[in-house]
Design a protein around this ligand. Sequence first.
Ligand SMILES: [Zn+2]
Length: 218
Amino acid sequence: MKTQRPKSAPHHKSGMRRLWSTLGAVLLLFLVLVVTGVGGIIADKVVFYARVAKLYTEPPDTRLAMPLADVSSKQIANTWHAPRGTGRLHEGQDIFAPKGTPILSATDGYVYQIGENNLGGQTVSVIGAGGRVYYYAHLDSYPPGLSEGDHVNSRTVLGFVGTTGNAQGTPPHLHFGVYTATGAINPLPLLTDRPSSVLSKTKPKDTKAKRSFVSRKA
Ligand SMILES: [Zn+2]
C-alpha cells in the first residue's frame, strides 16, 4: 500500500511538465506574434470590428456637417438621381470647390476603406452610426497618415478635392454619397452648414462659375 505514493508522484510530475511545456509553447507563440506585429494586427482588427458592431446599434446621424467648410447647402445644385449615362442614376451630390480644398468628415465614425475605383477615382469611405457608409470620391490626394480603422470626427480631413475617376475633365468637385443597408439615400436634406467662423476662414474667389456647373458624368 505504501508503495503507491512514490509511484503516483513521478506520474503527477510528468503531467505538470507537459502542462508547463504547453504553456511555454503558447507563451512563445504569443511572443512571436507580438514581436512580428501579427498579434497587434489581429488585436487591432478585433477592436475595429467591435467598434463597428457598436456603431450598428446606434441611431444614424440626422444631420451631416458640410464636408467642404466654405460651401453652403443652398449652393449645391440638386443632382440626386440625375441620369448618368446608360441606366445609371447619380447616387449622391456633387459639391464644387477649388482643387486641393480640404474635405472634412461629415460625421463621427471610422475610416472603412481607402481605395481607387474607375468611377470614383481616389475615394475614402467612413462608417458611422447605424452602420451608414459615407463615401467621398474624386479626391486629388489623401492626408498623410490617414489609415483604414482610424477614428474620425467632423474636424478630420479625409482628403482634398480633385478630379480623379470619371471626374477627369470636369471642374474639381467632391462626390458625396450616403449608403444605408438598403441602398443610397439623398445626402442633401441632411447636410448642415458649418458655423460661419469656419466659413469665413478661407474664402475662395473663383468658385461661383464652377458651382453652377452641373457635371454630366461624375
Ligand atoms: Zn457625383
